[in-house]
Design a protein around this ligand. Structure first.
Ligand code: GRF
Length: 197
């Protein structure tokens, strides 16, 4: 783990699952001059991302759904930790307005499709790739966007595309999309944080 320096941007990553994106982000920013990953937040006690955080020596915060949606205490806690930006990486709960207003334009999400298509409530993971295949799309991709009060709705900062082949399955598409995510998300975060610090 890098050493925390004064004036650095301090990021929290929110994730509910395996955490492969979180892992790439953590690796990318180890020893970074201006950006430090300070906290991993998850709503699932068995999320792989918590093991990744522990292995990387990063503090974790487990927030079960009710607390996340209804309490304000953790918003204050995150602020007190000095967190400047929040990055969602496979985080499955809708971000409550209190957090969005505290971190106005400072929360970024990655979505595994080309928004505004295949977004909204219920459009996550395999559901997205299934819908893309069922609709006979020739391409899909990733969207990195700011988070606002509506699902998958904030301003898009970046998109990248990949072809959908006739023999693709939801699992093979998920793999292709993950590759794109790992390739681009850390660098897009870096640019965004530099612009907004
Ligand atoms: C990614 O495909 C992301 O776009 C979506 O959830 C998945 C998370 O994967 N929102 P991982 O936990 O980072 O491996």
């Amino acid at each position: 783990m890098g050493i925390l320096k004064a004036g650095q941007a301090k990021l929290a990553i929110f994730a509910s699952g395996k955490g492969s994106n979180a892992e790439k982000i953590i690796q990318y920013f180890v020893n970074h001059n201006n950006i430090h990953i300070l906290l991993i937040v998850s709503n699932k006690s068995n999320a792989g991302v918590l093991d990744i955080a522990k292995r990387s020596g990063i503090e974790t915060l487990l927030l079960e759904k009710k607390k996340f949606m209804e309490s304000n205490d953790y918003v204050q806690y995150i602020k007190n930790q000095g967190i400047t930006h929040i990055v969602l990486a496979g985080f499955l709960l809708k971000v409550p307005d209190s957090l969005i207003h505290t971190y106005n334009n400072k929360i970024l999400n990655i979505h595994p499709a080309l928004l505004p298509a295949y977004g909204g409530k219920g459009m996550y993971g395999e559901h997205v790739h299934q819908a893309v295949i069922q609709a006979g799309e020739k391409e899909t991709g990733i969207t990195i966007h700011l988070v606002d009060e509506e699902y998958d709705h904030g301003k898009t900062l970046f998109q990248a595309k990949v072809n959908v082949e006739p023999n693709d399955t939801p699992a093979s598409l998920a793999e292709k999309v993950h590759r794109l995510e790992h390739e681009h998300y850390p660098a897009v975060i870096e640019k965004w944080v530099s612009r907004t610090s």
